[in-house]
Design a protein around this ligand. Structure first.
Ligand code: NI
Length: 169
């Protein structure tokens, strides 16, 4: 947080053919795995492209979270499916060691393509919807702290949740 690269609007990507895309995805998957994240957006590793990856298997670190399929999503578009916002705790690999309570649409449709250009079109809710909204925000230069409605609900993970271990996402 503070790096101007995280505040830019990322560029639309031509997925096929795109020789740089495979290398980018290798870097992104390694980075996400090394940091035990739930998702990662290309601008977080300095690449201003509209590419995100996400996915969560059941983890004791996210005991409340339903699994989210491992997904590569390029040029994503999100459509809220109703107006209901839910607050939930988020972290971010670009804001290490911190958590904040962030409102997100409870139900969304998201569309885009994968790295082969195959369309993705899903309707999701809850944690899955939250992860996608968080990652797609990165493509528009938005970091979650700017969405927190009450900054008393923003702080260091170990102060907010003593004794708990968190992966950042
Ligand atoms: Ni993030």
């Amino acid at each position: 947080m503070g790096d101007p690269q995280l505040l830019r609007v990322a560029e639309t990507v031509v997925p096929v053919p795109n020789p740089g895309l495979a290398a980018l995805l290798v870097d992104m998957r390694e980075t996400m795995a090394a940091l035990s994240g739930a998702g990662l957006a290309a601008p977080q590793i300095g690449v201003p492209w509209r590419v995100v990856i996400f996915g969560v298997q059941f983890s004791p670190r996210y005991p409340e979270a339903e699994p989210v399929p491992e997904t590569t999503l390029i040029n994503p578009v999100i459509t809220p499916l109703d107006t209901v916002l839910e607050d939930g705790w988020e972290g971010c690999l670009s804001v290490p060691g911190m958590r904040g309570l962030v409102p997100r649409y409870a139900r969304i449709r998201y569309q885009g393509v994968d790295e082969r250009g195959t369309p993705i079109d899903r309707e999701v809710s809850g944690f899955h919807a939250r992860v996608v909204q968080h990652e797609v925000d990165h493509l528009d230069g938005v970091l979650y702290p700017t969405r927190i409605r009450d900054l008393r609900h923003f702080g260091f993970s170990d102060a907010l949740f003593p004794g708990q271990e968190f992966a950042d996402d």
